[in-house]
Design a binder for this molecule. Structure first.
Ligand SMILES: [Zn+2]
Length: 187
């Protein structure tokens, strides 16, 4: 009787080490944002600009604008630390000219406390030492966030101007357009 060679052999679990088993990793999502994009205390960046771009990418996904705020410089002019804030941080300064203005610009600063702080004081890299994710205002839809000042390009400005011109021609704002007009002036 001929024995047919077996094409495969039975493998016990012990034949594999954990390194051999590839498990597809799907990044977790926080509010629809890949967890890899969400800032975490302890993350490090080579430069202050890298940290800014990382927070900017997150902000665009989350639906808010950002700007650079406080920083300290070293003796050679290098940036030691930096705080990036939500574009709606702070309050509009009271201005005497306001009394003469018939139509005020909509209030765009809501005293928002959302921010990201990085510091290179402990080593060469810029390490996140503070991250506040909560906002004191509504966020815009990710599909509209390119209208925000820190995320828009020249084409976006032109698109927005056209959009606003059409809006005023219709003499009415939709809710979304009104919200965009508020965020447009955030700085
Ligand atoms: Zn905010």
């Amino acid at each position: 009787m001929t024995t047919v060679p077996q094409a495969s052999r039975h493998l016990d679990f012990d034949d594999y080490s954990l390194e051999d088993i590839e498990i597809p990793i799907t990044p977790k999502k926080t509010n629809g944002i890949d967890e890899n994009m969400v800032p975490k205390v302890g993350l490090e960046f080579e430069t202050e600009e890298d940290a800014y771009m990382f927070y900017k990418a997150y902000a665009e996904k989350a639906g808010f604008g950002i700007r650079r705020s406080k920083m300290h410089k070293g003796n050679c002019g290098e940036i030691l630390d930096r705080v990036f804030v939500c574009a709606c941080e702070g309050k509009r300064a009271s201005d005497k000219r306001d009394d003469d203005v018939k139509q005020h610009r909509p209030e765009t600063r809501f005293g928002c406390k959302a921010k990201l702080g990085v510091s290179s004081r402990s080593n060469e890299k810029y390490r996140i030492y503070k991250f506040i994710s909560e906002h004191s205002h509504d966020l815009v839809s990710p599909s509209k966030s390119h209208f925000l000042r820190s995320h828009r390009s020249l084409n976006d400005i032109q698109r927005f101007q056209i959009d606003m011109a059409q809006s005023s021609a219709r003499k009415q704002f939709t809710g979304t357009q009104f919200k965009l007009s508020i965020f447009w002036f955030c700085n």
